[in-house]
Design a protein around this ligand. Structure first.
Ligand SMILES: C[S@@+](CC[C@H](N)C(=O)[O-])C[C@H]1O[C@@H](n2cnc3c(N)ncnc32)[C@H](O)[C@@H]1O
Length: 257
C-alpha cells in the first residue's frame, strides 16, 4: 500500500496502515478510553495498551541511549512532535545516570509542522507546509510533562531539558551561539525533510564528540528522500556504516568517527 496522509483533528501525518489496522487501533483506543482499571492503577499498566510498533520504537530509543552512557555531551532531538522521545530520554537518564546533570535534553521543533519544503523532498502528498503541526499551545503541555519527570528525578533544581521553538534552520545557530560549551553525544534527526536536516547536521558537526550517536528516523525511505539527501551531502552514505534496528524497518543510526 502506498504512503498516504492521515488527518486526525487537524493533525496531518504520513502512514501506510490498512483499513483493518486502522480499525484495530480504534478498537484498542476504545478499550483504553473505557478502561475498568481504577485511575490510580492505569499509569502503572500502560503496557496493556502499547502496540508492538510503539513498543519497538521505545526499545530502539533505549538501545541508542545505552550507547552514550560513557560519552560526555547533551542529547538533541531534531523534530519533537508530541515529544515522547524527550520524555523517554528523561526516564533513561533517571534510570542510568541520575546524577549526570550535564546530560541536557534539547528538543527543536516549530510545533507548527514542516516549515520549509525543498525540491529534494520529492512529491509525496505529506510533503506540505504545516504537516505534523501539533495542536495549538501543545508545547506548554509538553513543557509541564517534561518538568514533571524532571521533578521526580534526582537534582530536580537544575533544569536539564529545553524546548527550542521555531524553524530549527534558524534556532540551531542561536542555540549554539548562546551555549558555546555544547558537546553533543546523541542527536536524533526526525524532521523528515531536507533543509532543516542539512542545516542542523552541518551546525552540530563541530560539537560532536567522537563516538557520538546520530540517529535518523527516515533514512532510505521513499516518502522522505530529503532526509537521506541531507545525510549524504553532509556526512556521505559511503563513509559510514549505517546501522538499522532489527525491530523497525526505517530508524537507523551511525557512530560518528
Ligand atoms: C515526524 S515528526 C517528529 C516525530 C518525533 N520525533 C517522534 O518520534 O514522535 C517531524 C517534526 O519535525 C518538525 N519540523 C519539520 N521541519 C522543521 C523545521 N524546519 N524546524 C523545526 N521543526 C521542524 C515538525 O514540526 C514535526 O513535529
Amino acid at each position: 500500500m502506498a504512503e498516504t496522509v492521515f488527518v486526525s483533528e487537524g493533525v496531518k501525518v504520513a502512514g501506510q496502515s490498512t483499513e483493518k489496522e486502522i480499525s484495530g487501533k480504534n478498537d484498542l483506543y476504545q478499550l483504553f478510553q473505557n478502561t475498568p482499571i481504577p485511575k490510580d492503577h492505569v499509569l502503572d499498566n500502560l503496557g496493556l495498551y502499547i502496540r508492538r510498533q510503539s513498543l519497538s520504537r521505545i526499545l530502539f530509543m533505549h538501545e541508542l541511549y545505552k550507547k552514550i552512557l560513557d560519552l560526555q555531551g547533551i542529547i538533541c532531538e531534531f523534530g519533537v512532535f508530541w515529544g515522547q522521545n524527550l520524555a523517554l530520554f528523561e526516564s533513561f537518564r533517571g534510570m542510568y545516570e541520575p546524577y549526570n546533570y550535564t546530560r541536557k535534553i534539547v528538543g527543536f521543533d516549530t510545533f507548527e509542522g514542516f516549515a520549509a519544503i525543498n525540491e529534494k523532498d520529492g512529491t509525496a502528498e505529506i510533503i506540505q507546509k504545516g504537516a505534523y503541526a501539533v495542536t495549538k499551545g501543545y508545547e506548554e503541555y509538553l513543557n509541564q510533562l517534561l518538568q514533571y519527570h524532571e521533578t521526580l528525578s534526582p537534582i530536580p533544581h537544575i533544569k536539564k531539558y529545553e524546548l527550542i521553538k521555531g524553524d530549527a534552520a534558524e534556532t540551531i545557530k542561536k542555540y549554539l551561539a548562546d551555549n558555546p560549551e555544547t558537546i553533543i553525544a546523541f542527536a536524533y534527526f526526525d524532521f523528515d525533510v531536507y533543509e532543516p536536516t542539512k542545516v542542523c547536521l552541518e551546525a552540530i558537526l563541530p560539537h560532536l564528540t567522537k563516538g557520538a550517536i546520530i540517529g535518523f528516523d527516515e533514512i532510505n525511505f521513499h516518502t522522505f528522500p530529503g532526509e537521506t539527501k541531507a545525510f549524504d551531502e553532509v556526512l556521505g552514505i559511503n563513509r559510514y556504516k549505517i546501522y538499522r534496528d532489527r525491530n523497525n524497518p526505517i530508524p537507523s543510526y551511525i557512530v560518528y568517527e
